[in-house]
Write a protein that binds this ligand. Structure first.
Ligand code: ZN
Length: 126
């Protein structure tokens, strides 16, 4: 999987609003870690069940040695999108796994968007 720095411009698919990358981790690039904010993992998991942009290719976690850990992941391909203050954030579905299993701490704006301060594009019922 390709590495994109957090909050770098997203250019893979055209978007009608500005879109930036979050959580496109790949070794050997380092990433920020920390305790996940309350509810973040559960919300990311829900979002991962309704992926966007399925064509972007397969994403496998480059940090896991044991692929058995993928068993409970809605993996393969696709992104999750959340929006806050007119900016859309694109993260790989794997971001839920990165946060849960690798202590990845996404940028605060992304956390805010995921936790309900933004419009959840994948959650018309939310
Ligand atoms: Zn992993």
């Amino acid at each position: 999987m390709t590495h994109y720095p957090d909050l770098s411009p997203y250019e893979y698919f055209p978007s009608r609003v500005p879109m930036v990358n979050v959580g496109w981790l790949d070794p050997p690039h380092d990433f920020p870690t920390g305790p996940a904010p309350d509810g973040l993992v559960a919300k990311l998991w829900r979002l991962a069940k309704r992926p966007r942009n399925m064509a972007r290719g397969f994403h496998w976690c480059g940090f896991c040695e044991d692929e058995d850990r993928f068993d409970d992941l809605p993996l393969a391909s696709g992104e999750i999108h959340v929006e806050l203050d007119g900016v859309r954030y694109s993260a790989p579905r794997l971001v839920a796994h990165y946060v849960r299993d690798h202590d990845y701490l996404p940028p605060q704006v992304f956390v805010d968007a995921v936790l309900g301060r933004g419009a959840h594009l994948n959650h018309p019922d939310a």
